[in-house]
Write a protein that binds this ligand. Structure first.
Ligand SMILES: Cc1cc2nc3c(=O)[nH]c(=O)nc-3n(C[C@H](O)[C@H](O)[C@H](O)COP(=O)(O)O)c2cc1C
Length: 182
């Protein structure tokens, strides 16, 4: 069976962690986020929120991380801040607060599809992206400073232009995960 464009896009998507110099227009990211926003969701409202820090805007994120940096070892500050500076832009993605466990779970699942939509769209336009989930980003003071208090952190997406593509993380055959009844 010949592969479709969609199959090729999904199979060629990579996580990119090292970025080269180069900016990304806020308008371009906005348009890709608007398309990713068509992700499925089962809550009454779209469950995700996204906070975009582009270019100099990343200083707002770094300032918001300052209390957590101050509490931790200097090496952590260097590593986390270095990665944020290396990226052209960062997007802090959360789920909105929901009451029930069911709604919270649906919100998380839907938000993951929003992120994957966005990752695929970035990949199509040669924008590199890594989805990071480090615990430092759950810091309540950071969330308050960017206006995400009470929300659940899902990922910090770091984006940028890139040259090197890391080797593909090997997947087992789908046969190891699939049971077919026919
Ligand atoms: C929920 C989730 C959390 C992740 N968290 C991190 C992370 O904290 N740091 C990181 O470097 N990569 C993170 N990744 C990226 C994975 O390591 C990456 O997807 C995996 O190595 C497979 O590589 P690929 O995306 O190129 O196929 C995360 C991915 C997912 C889906």
């Amino acid at each position: 069976m010949e592969k479709t464009d969609g199959q090729r896009l999904i199979e060629s998507r990579r996580t990119i962690r090292m970025f080269t110099e180069g900016t990304i227009e806020t308008k371009e990211l906005y348009d890709l986020l608007a398309s990713a926003h068509q992700a499925p969701f089962h809550n009454k409202i779209e469950p995700w929120n996204a906070y975009l820090f582009n270019g100099d805007g990343k200083e707002v994120l770094l300032d918001a991380l300052e209390p957590a940096f101050t509490d931790g070892p200097e090496a952590k500050r260097e590593k986390v801040a270095g990665r944020i500076r290396n990226a052209a832009a960062c997007i802090y993605v959360t789920t909105k607060p929901f009451e029930t466990e069911k709604d919270k779970k649906d919100a998380l699942l839907a938000t993951a599809t929003f992120i994957q939509n966005f990752h695929l769209l970035c990949s199509e336009r040669d924008i590199g992206l890594v989805w990071r989930t480090g615990g430092i980003f759950e810091d309540a003071r950071l969330q308050e400073m960017i206006g995400a208090d009470g929300e659940t952190f899902v990922g910090l997406l770091q984006l940028g232009r890139f040259e090197d593509v890391p080797p593909t993380k090997r997947r087992q055959s789908i046969d190891s995960c699939l049971t077919i009844f026919e």
